[in-house]
Design a protein around this ligand. Structure first.
Ligand code: AMP
Length: 200
């Protein structure tokens, strides 16, 4: 199973990815998670990404493409992967296509979460509150100001991918405003046919 989850920040991609991981046993490849780990570890990639992420902009394509190219080589990706937060630009999508073509593998499907834009800021605020209540560190970019920049980056640079994948892959749009369990149910029914796709 090789899938992409597409949608704006706060759409629920991360939450649903975790559930797909549990259900189908394929790893979640979240570039946001990988970049935050790089920032925390103070690696050269982390040093380059830190300020950009804190301002809500996008890290350069070459950096994230490099991270994903390395990650898909890991043994656990042989059975597939869920791409969450990548690609985020048309250039990244093209790089991914080239990466997959070189490995002679194909994407199964792209799922776009359609959400009410006005609800997103509230969701992000709720996520920050819940994380703090659990005593966990709150993401520095989960503030109303940075959210606006992240959303702007989404509209300008990521939203065109919807059109890109309409032309190249099978794109399915799902209603991301439904309750979490209902979204999971819809996702599972879309993904079930791809369960058997395991690279030998
Ligand atoms: P996320 O966890 O997906 O919301 O990503 C958090 C931040 O990491 C984004 O706001 C970007 O600054 C950076 N980031 C994550 N994925 C990418 C990507 N594919 N391309 C560029 N920047 C990214």
């Amino acid at each position: 199973m090789r899938i992409i989850l597409l949608g704006p920040p706060g759409a629920g991609k991360g939450t649903q990815s975790e559930r797909i991981v549990e259900r189908f046993g394929v790893p979640q490849l979240s570039t946001g998670v990988m970049l935050r780990a790089a920032v925390a570890a103070g690696t050269p990639v982390g040093l380059e990404a830190k300020a950009i992420m804190e301002s809500g902009g996008l890290v350069p394509d070459a950096v994230v493409v490099g991270i994903v190219a390395d990650r898909v080589e890991e043994p656990d990706c042989r059975s597939g992967f869920i791409l969450d937060g990548f690609p985020r630009t048309v250039a990244q999508a093209e790089a991914l296509d080239a990466m997959l073509a070189e490995k002679d593998i194909a994407l199964d499907t792209v799922i776009e979460f359609v959400v009410d834009e006005t609800a997103l800021e509230g969701r992000i605020a709720k996520r920050a509150e819940e994380t703090a209540a659990k005593g966990q560190p709150v993401r520095k970019d989960d503030t109303p100001e940075v959210f606006r920049s992240r959303f702007e980056a989404y509209v300008k640079q990521t939203a065109p991918l919807s059109h890109y994948y309409e032309g190249t892959s099978h794109l399915t749009r799902i209603d991301g405003m439904k309750p979490i369990d209902e979204v999971t149910h819809t996702l599972v029914s879309i993904l079930e046919p791809y369960r058997q796709t395991v690279e030998s």
